[in-house]
Structure formats: C-alpha cells, structure tokens
Write a protein that binds this ligand. Sequence first.
Ligand SMILES: [Ca+2]
Ligand SMILES: [Ca+2]
Length: 157
Amino acid sequence: MIRNSITLATLTVATTVGVYLRGQTPDREIAAARNALAFKSAELETMPFRQAFARHNRIPHDDPEGPFTSPGPEFNVPGSPSAIGRIEFPADEVGQLRENLPLAWADSPRDLNADGSIDGQDHSADYAVLPVRIVVEWQSPDGARRLERILVLTRRH
Ligand SMILES: [Ca+2]
Ligand SMILES: [Ca+2]
C-alpha cells in the first residue's frame, strides 16, 4: 500500500464521446450520467495505478484485498435508477489484459507494457499504460441512450 502511493494513476487523456441525445431525454438523466462518469474518472485517476485494472475487471480472483472484495466493472448511477455503468479495458473474453486486440476506442493494438512490441500475452501485471472506457447506458422515453468517457491512465513517476 505504501509502495503504491508513489504510483498513483495519472489521467493523460479524457474524452467524452459517442453521445447523441435529443428529443425527450430528460436533462436529469443526462446530468446523472455525466456526474457518474466524472466521479468514476476521478476515482480511477486517484487510485493506485497498479490496482486500477484488478479492482475493476470482471475477474474476482485478482482483487487487491482478496477474492471477491473489489467492485468489479459495473456500478450504479445515482439519480438514474435504470441506468447501468460499466468500466471496460482492452481485455479478452477470459479477462486477460491484451495488447493485440483490435479495439478502436483503446487505440489498440497497443503496446501496454512499453517494451516496444505488441504481443498476445496477458499484461495485467506489467502494464505501463491502461486505456479505460467508462460507459453509462439507460433507457429514455425516446430510446436507448449512452454516454461514455475514455481515459488513458499512466503511472506517475
Ligand atoms: Ca478483479
Ligand atoms: Ca508490449
């Protein structure tokens, strides 16, 4: 824990994208989604960098405080009961953090451990760059709505 205090994640890129809102979408739902994105962004930015993936992936066995003790990828959206929040990483179907996945949002394939090459190994233990997408989705009277924010977390030296 003490050692982790010098490796707090640093937010290097933050973009709110992929929003198309119109018509009957209540302002309060948009506000709730934006607030949730901002809150989760700040949380990810300030937690120990090395824990960001383990705490929010969908694998319970790597949780920093022991199996099944971390919040995982999903979160509630205060003020918008029907909304679902989700934190995503460039991870494969079994939850491994991978460099070679074709994910446009993460600018991937991407060298996550900064060794100058891209491979197909699991980089959950040695990532130097961590793309994160935070998504909030909800049903509005005029249809499905989605807000997202993409972060790229890096270790602070
Ligand atoms: Ca975990
Ligand atoms: Ca690499």
